[in-house]
Design a protein around this ligand. Structure first.
Ligand code: CA
Length: 449
C-alpha cells in the first residue's frame, strides 16, 4: 500500500460517522417513587374522583399500570426490606417493623439494590424515609446509597414547627428543614437529578406522604374546599403535595432530556390504613376489602405503575399479578448488572411488559405476617387474616376466595372447594418451611431467645 493510500484510509476511518449502534449506550437511570400508606382507590388512574393526581397518572399514561400489583407485606418496613433486596423479607427475619436498637434493622448480610447499582457504576441516592434501622450500621450510606437526605424512622412531622420523628439528615448531619417536608423531598430529588444528569443514577424517592401525622400545608389544603370530611381533606392535601413533587421530578427529567432513558416505578408500600389500631389517614381501598396490617387485598394490593418511555408500551394495562420484589431483578436487567449470587424471589418483568413473554411472571405469590398468611395462585387466594399479627384460635381457619370473580373477598369457598384449599395450604406450608424466625417481634423488640 503506498503512503498516500494509507493516509486516505486513516482519514476515512477517523472521520467515519459513529452510528448509534457504535456509540456506548448509556445505562438507564432508575427512579423509584414510593408512597406511604396510599389507598388502592386513591389515584386518578384507579378511578379516584375527589383528589386529582395528574402527575402520578402521567406515569400510567406513559407506561404500564398493574391492576394486580402487590407488596410482600402489609406494613412499612417489611415491604421496604423486600423492595431493597428483591427477596421475601421473612427469609431473613425482617417480618415486622423494627423498633430502635443497635441490632434491629435490615440485616447487613443482605445486599441492597443500591449496593448492586453502585457496583454497576451508578451514582445512588435516597431522599425520604428509610425505616430499615436507625443504628449507624444500618444507615443508608452504609447500604449502598452514596447520598442521603431524609429521616431514619417510620414517620415524621411535615410542618417544620411540629417536632416529631427525629432529625432530618443530610448524610449523617442533622439539618433544620424550613419547608413542608414533602416539598423538601421533591426539591432534593430534583437537585439530585440536576447534579447527576451526566451519569447513570439510581434515585429512591421514598415519601412519607400520606402516612400520619396528618399535617398539610395551607396552599394544598386550599385546593380541597370541596371535601367536607376534615381527615379526608388533609389526606387529599398531603397527597396533592406528593403529586406536585413527583411532577417537579418528572419535569426535571424532561428538561434534562433524560425522560426516554429513565425507568420509573411508582407504588405504595402497603394498602391504606382503614382499620382501628392502624395509622388511619383517610385512605380508601375500595373495591378491595381490608386494611394496612392485614393480608386481605386492601393491605397488600396497591396502586402500581411503571414507565420507561421508548422502551415499554404506553397506556398498557397488565392484569397478571406482580410484586414489589420484581423491581430488583427488573432494574438489574435494565442496568445489565450482575445478580448471579442474588437468590432473588422477584422476576424480571421487562419481557412480560414488552410482550415477549406470554402468561404472567408468577405462578404463585406468598405472604406471612405473624399468624396471618396468604397465597395467591391464578385467580385463587387462600388467606388467614385478623386485626392483629397474633390471631385468636377462632381466626386461624383460612378462607378461600376466587379473586377473578370476587375482588372484594366476600364469598368464602373453602367448604365448596376443599381440595383447592388443601393444595394451596400445602404450597404455602412448603414456602413457609423455608423462612426464618422473625428477628424481632411485631412490637419492634427483639425476640426472646
Ligand atoms: Ca406504610
Amino acid at each position: 500500500m503506498n503512503r498516500s493510500l494509507a493516509c486516505l484510509l486513516a482519514l476515512l476511518i477517523a472521520t467515519w460517522p459513529v452510528t448509534a449502534a457504535d456509540a456506548p449506550v448509556r445505562k438507564p437511570n432508575i427512579l423509584i417513587l414510593l408512597a406511604d400508606d396510599l389507598g388502592y382507590a386513591d389515584v386518578g388512574f384507579q378511578g379516584c374522583k375527589d383528589i386529582p393526581t395528574p402527575n402520578i397518572d402521567s406515569i400510567a399514561k406513559n407506561g404500564v399500570r398493574f391492576t394486580n400489583g402487590y407488596d410482600s407485606g402489609p406494613y412499612c418496613s417489611p415491604t421496604r426490606a423486600g423492595l431493597m433486596t428483591g427477596r421475601y423479607q421473612q427469609r431473613f427475619g425482617h417480618e415486622f417493623n423494627p423498633g430502635a436498637g443497635p441490632n434491629i434493622g435490615l440485616p447487613v448480610t443482605e445486599t441492597t439494590l443500591a449496593d448492586r447499582l453502585k457496583q454497576a457504576g451508578y451514582v445512588t441516592g435516597l431522599v425520604g424515609k428509610w425505616h430499615l434501622g436507625s443504628a449507624d450500621k444500618f444507615h443508608p450510606q452504609r447500604r449502598g446509597f452514596q447520598e442521603y437526605f431524609g429521616f431514619l424512622g417510620g414517620a415524621h412531622a411535615y410542618l417544620p414547627e411540629r417536632k416529631m420523628g427525629g432529625a432530618i439528615l443530610r448524610g449523617t448531619t442533622p439539618v433544620e428543614e424550613q419547608e413542608y417536608l414533602t416539598d423538601a423531598f421533591g426539591r432534593e430529588a430534583v437537585a439530585f437529578i440536576d447534579r447527576h444528569q451526566k451519569e447513570p443514577f439510581f434515585l429512591y424517592l421514598a415519601f412519607n406522604a400520606v402516612h400520619t401525622p396528618m399535617q398539610a400545608a395551607e396552599k394544598y389544603l386550599k385546593r380541597f374546599d370541596h371535601i367536607s370530611d376534615p381527615q379526608r381533606r388533609t389526606y387529599a392535601a398531603m397527597h396533592s403535595a406528593m403529586d406536585d413533587a413527583i411532577g417537579a421530578v418528572l419535569a426535571k427529567l424532561h428538561e434534562t432530556g433524560l425522560e426516554e432513558n429513565t425507568l420509573i416505578f411508582f407504588f405504595s408500600d402497603n394498602g391504606g390504613p382503614t382499620m382501628k389500631g392502624t395509622t388511619i389517614n383517610g385512605a380508601r381501598n375500595d373495591p378491595l376489602r381490608g386494611s394496612k396490617r392485614q393480608t386481605l387485598e386492601g393491605g397488600i394490593r396497591v396502586p402500581f405503575v411503571v414507565q420507561w418511555k421508548g422502551k415499554l408500551p404506553a397506556g398498557k394495562i397488565f392484569d397478571e399479578p406482580i410484586i414489589q420484589l420484581d423491581i430488583v431483578p427488573t432494574v438489574l436487567a435494565a442496568a445489565e448488572a450482575d445478580a448471579k449470587d442474588a437468590k432473588l424471589d422477584g422476576v424480571n418483568l421487562l419481557p412480560y411488559l414488552e410482550g415477549k413473554q406470554a402468561n404472567g411472571p408468577h405462578d404463585t405469590l406468598y405472604w406471612r405476617f405473624g399468624d396471618q398468611m396468604a397465597i395467591r395462585r391464578g385467580g385463587w387466594k387462600l388467606v388467614r387474616y385478623g386485626s392483629n399479627t397474633t390471631l385468636a384460635a377462632s381466626e386461624m381457619t383460612p378462607k378461600l376466595y376466587n379473586l377473578a370473580k370476587d375482588i372484594g373477598e366476600s364469598n368464602d369457598l373453602s367448604t365448596q372447594e376443599p381440595d383447592r384449599a388443601k393444595e394451596l395450604q400445602a404450597a404455602w406450608d412448603k414456602w413457609n418451611a423455608e423462612l426464618a424466625k422473625p428477628l424481632w417481634g411485631a412490637g419492634g423488640k427483639k425476640e426472646k431467645e
